[in-house]
Ligand binder design. Structure first.
Ligand code: ADP
Ligand code: MG
Length: 619
């Protein structure tokens, strides 16, 4: 047979590579920002139109490219950053794979303008779907500007796959946050559809965090500093009382690169053990510096996952460093050595005589005191809930059985010798015992029903109950507002305030009363009836993240979203132990619902298992 294998033409290979590197406009943002940083720029502008679908442009004042380099930069595997395989373990740049520009140029219209500092004129290249359509000299400032227009113009399937502008913009802003947090010594500006959305000047790290997340963030930060032979840690963690419902503000940087690591995240979560309210997550902004030889960044095309040589040691050091900082902060909450005076004193402080600070030291505090619990357990919450009340969970397993007494045992023997009569008689007994419920692992409620048994997910079931309650409250009964004795002053980032403003009118229909909304805070004087004051900020946070993550479609209704969101925030959680009467109440309320079988987010709330099915398992 004739040979059939052929080398793919470059533009096809590039398009395939682009599938890995460029998933959405935010991926382009990441690659271009990283190239600008690698070029040594200290001022970088990002310009976005239509959530990046129409335009992503990055302008830097870095070292620019020569005429030949400008042309070569679009070739696949063309990079100035590494020369040999060994260099992969000595990386001091963001990029090294040499495929970003080639990939982007394969699936968009790209225009590059670049000039090196000592040249009078620069070069421009226009390239569309891997084909260069123009190349010329051009008058342009020092540095590089790359505009990427009409992303996925030649791959309609990918273009259609993009989410709404809201969602895509959220991804872009996330990327902008990550990159700008990793580089406080570079000034960044983001223009979105013609207006300035972020402008973060060169500053120290604390100021950078504050510039991005709002002035109020400053008081929430606890510094973390640790230096050992294998690892240097610097940055901040959030005070436990400001922990959030959503995992929004959690940032790890390894050698100035944002990375995701569930394992290291667990190290931090365990450092907070016992300090956080159930279901909340601490914020952190931590920079880890390690020897580049001890990590492998080349395990994923988007470079957000890395492999450490000795993850266990990093885990232990990180956990104890965070624990130590939190411990120190508990002793002396006002001592903060790393404060930037400009941020803390918006007004002139009158000079006061110096006092010798007195510090009470908790000598019993030992950051290494607790064993590293559940080092391999991915879910921190689970470790906590099991650890707290192990006996109770076990007891609850037996509650239901106990109340059935010896009869149950007889029933089982009847099943074993299965006859028609035996099955019928068991059903009769079940009817008598319909109200027998017991809780399994503080997570499920198990109950008997006519045909067999019922297992209910307590969190989802309660969400359904609350959701229908709220919906009825909000739509049929109209808004009932409960006046607060003292107005609530809540702080949010600019981005979050934008979302609240979008929803303000609907929120008011549901009973919220806003007295003052500024760029960073909202004042609330009334809340919907039945919503505890203490939960308001959590509900709004949840709501904001729901709006940001949900694709609003034609069925989008703010009332529905609010009811869902409130139900999610206020429902009984997994891990919560319930009294007998609470369990029964929940079961009854669930089956009084219009759609008892699914949670508001369409997840199964209960399953049943008939005696027949059980019988089959015993064959
Ligand atoms: P990588 O960053 O992995 O090297 P890219 O495809 O992103 O690969 O870029 C290819 C090359 O183009 C880079 O190695 C660099 O030399 C050059 N380059 C890209 N962007 C810029 C820029 N903004 N300023 C200067 N040079 C750049
Ligand atoms: Mg690059």
């Amino acid at each position: 047979m004739a040979d059939i294998i052929q080398l793919l033409p470059d533009h096809v290979a590039n398009q395939i590579a682009a599938g890995e590197v460029v998933q959405r406009p935010a991926s382009v943002v990441k690659e271009l920002l990283e190239n600008a940083i690698d070029a040594g720029a200290d001022s970088i502008k990002l310009i976005i139109k239509d959530a990046g679908k129409t335009l992503v442009q990055v302008i830097d004042n870095g070292k620019g490219m020569s005429t030949t380099d400008a042309r070569l930069s679009f070739e696949r595997h063309a990079t100035s950053k590494i020369r040999s395989a060994e260099d992969l373990f000595q990386l001091h740049t963001k990029g090294f794979r040499g495929e970003a520009l080639a990939s982007i140029a394969a699936i968009a219209h790209v225009e590059l303008k670049t000039k090196q500092p000592n040249d009078d004129v620069g070069n421009t290249i226009v390239i569309e779907g891997s084909k260069i359509t123009a190349q010329d000299v051009v008058v342009t400032p020092q540095g590089t500007s790359v505009s990427v227009k009409n992303l996925f113009f030649n791959i309609p399937a990918r273009r259609n796959f993009l989410k709404s502008d809201n969602v895509e913009l959220r991804h872009i802003i996330d990327e902008f946050h990550r990159v700008s947090l990793a580089h406080p010594s570079i000034g960044f500006v983001l223009y979105n559809n013609g207006s300035e959305a972020f402008n973060v000047p060169i500053s120290n790290y604390r100021q950078r965090i504050v510039n991005i997340f709002g002035t109020k963030t400053n008081e929430k930060l606890v510094p973390v500093e640790e230096e050992t032979e294998v690892l240097k840690i610097s940055g901040f963690v959030g005070k436990p009382e400001f922990a959030k419902k959503t995992r929004g503000e959690q940032y790890f940087f390894v050698n100035d690169r944002f990375i995701k690591s569930a394992y290291l995240n667990h190290a931090i979560a365990s450092a907070y053990d016992g300090l956080l309210k159930n279901g909340t997550h601490a914020s952190y902004f931590l920079n880890l510096t390690v020897d580049p030889q001890t990590i492998d960044i080349n395990i994923h095309p988007t470079k957000t996952e890395i492999k450490f040589d000795d993850e266990h040691t990093l885990y232990a050091i990180l956990r104890s460093a965070v624990k130590h900082s939190l411990g120190q902060f508990n002793i002396a909450p006002v001592l903060d050595f790393d404060r930037d005076a400009n941020l803390d004193t918006p007004y002139d402080l009158k000079p006061t005589p110096n006092k010798t600070p007195s510090i009470e030291v908790d000598r019993s505090f030992n950051p290494f005191q607790e064993e590293v619990v559940g080092i391999n357990t991915p879910s921190p919450t689970r470790t906590v809930s099991y650890k707290k009340e192990p006996t109770e969970s076990w007891e609850s397993l037996y509650v239901g059985l106990e109340s059935k007494g010896t009869k149950t045992q007889q029933d089982f023997s009847e099943v074993h010798f299965e006859t028609e009569e035996a099955t019928v008689s068991m059903f009769d007994k079940d009817i008598e015992q319909t109200h027998t419920t017991y809780q399994l692992h503080n997570k499920y409620i198990v109950s008997t029903i006519k045909s067999g048994m019922l297992v209910i997910d307590q969190h989802r079931a309660h969400q359904r109950v609350l959701y229908e309650d709220y919906l009825q409250h909000l739509t049929i009964k109209g808004a009932l507002s409960q006046q607060l004795l003292f107005p609530l002053d809540l702080h949010f980032s600019n981005q979050e305030i934008v979302v609240i403003n979008q929803l303000k009118e609907d929120l008011e229909h549901t009973g919220f009363v806003f007295s003052n909304v500024t760029e960073e805070s909202i004042e609330i004087t009334g809340v919907p009836v039945g919503v505890p004051e203490s939960e308001v900020s959590i509900i709004l946070e949840q709501l904001i993240s729901d709006v940001e993550n949900e694709v609003p479609d034609s069925n989008f209704s703010a009332t529905d979203l609010l009811a869902k969101s409130m139900a999610k925030s206020l429902a009984i959680k997994t891990g919560q132990s319930l009294q007998k009467d609470e369990q029964e109440h929940l079961v009854n309320k669930l089956f009084a619902c219009k759609a008892p079988n699914v949670s508001p987010s369409n997840r199964t709330t209960f399953i049943t298992m008939s005696v027949d099915e059980l019988d089959k398992k015993f064959i």
